[in-house]
Design a protein around this ligand. Structure first.
Ligand SMILES: Nc1ncnc2c1ncn2[C@@H]1O[C@H](COP(=O)(O)OP(=O)(O)O)[C@@H](O)[C@H]1O
Ligand SMILES: [Mg+2]
Length: 279
């Protein structure tokens, strides 16, 4: 299968070739093909979003990119090598994974100290990123004292603070209220405009994907696969004009939505129906 994005494999920062991954569910004795034959090249300095119905393998693909999950077959290369967790990559998990016994500042500084940054400097950098996500006043608070949205912002600050070459984000704004979410989207665009690494961003929001990305990768379930890759050639910086009113923006979101709706409606086994049937 041809790679879904037209960047040559040699030039790609991230290169996935024909990757497949199945999970066996012991309880129901089913095998789920989380991903089948996925190929994707991501060039350096690009912002890529993964969208698609629940259960189409977005999280699995993201975890494959940083080596948390190995494909059953196929290859994943980052900078030409199999991926391994390290300072070049940061991951913002769906479930924030904060250290409960460390303060907010401690949580953000932790990753820096692990990378060998002296304590004082790590604290200063942590404070800078906490200010960016609007949490300066909570630097001394503990995670249990925070709302879900605030925890998610701490997780974001922690991931950004190490200024990684590759930032992998799994629905990082899912539990943030709509207003804060818009501010965080702009903040993320500003940070990325400055650092210009690779961001791979999983979201349920088609609007968010189009707003932020250079490319939107639409995935489909059963088996999890790439359906289409859209190039988003809207001018940047996108926070300086009403990008949502641009006819190209509207066309892309409509196209993605129509596809997703068709996939969900034509799949009676979809997790959407399972959830709504209460099983
Ligand atoms: N560790 C696991 N064990 C069993 N099944 C899994 C596991 N991880 C994911 N799956 C299944 O693989 C499919 C893809 O999951 P996932 O990558 O989490 O999808 P998404 O993030 O798009 O919602 C789903 O059907 C999910 O239930
Ligand atoms: Mg997921």
């Amino acid at each position: 299968m041809e790679p879904a994005v037209a960047a040559s494999a040699a030039a790609a920062k991230i290169s996935v070739r024909d990757a497949s991954k199945a999970f066996h569910r012991a309880r129901s004795d089913e095998t789920v093909e989380a991903l089948r034959g996925v190929s994707l090249d991501i060039a350096d300095h690009t912002f890529v979003s993964l969208v698609g119905p629940s259960g189409c393998g977005k999280t699995t693909l993201l975890r494959m990119l940083n080596g948390l999950i190995k494909p059953d077959s196929g290859t994943v290369l980052v900078n030409g090598k199999p991926p391994e967790p390290g300072p070049a990559m940061s991951f913002v998990f769906q479930s924030f994974r904060l250290i409960p016994w460390a303060t907010v500042r401690g949580n953000v500084a932790f990753g820096l100290e692990v990378n060998g940054i002296p304590k004082k400097e790590a604290r200063d950098v942590a404070d800078h990123y906490l200010a960016l996500v609007g949490l300066s006043k909570f630097a001394r608070a503990y995670p249990t004292e925070l709302s879900g949205g605030m925890k998610q912002r701490v997780a974001l600050a922690r991931a950004l603070a190490t200024e990684p070459e590759i930032l992998l984000m799994d629905e990082p704004f899912a539990s943030i209220d709509a207003q804060t979410r818009e501010l965080m989207q702009i903040e993320l665009m500003r940070i990325w405009a400055r650092q210009r690494g690779v961001v791979v961003f999983v979201t349920h929001s088609v609007d968010e994907a189009v707003l932020l990305s250079d490319q939107v990768v639409l995935m489909g379930p059963r088996p999890g696969r790439i359906v289409e890759v859209l190039d988003v050639d809207l001018p940047r910086p996108r926070w300086e004009y009403n990008v949502r009113a641009d006819p190209r923006f509207i066309d892309m979101r409509t196209r993605l939505w129509t596809h997703i709706r068709e996939m969900v409606m034509s799949d009676p086994d979809s997790e959407f129906f399972r959830r709504n049937a209460g099983t």
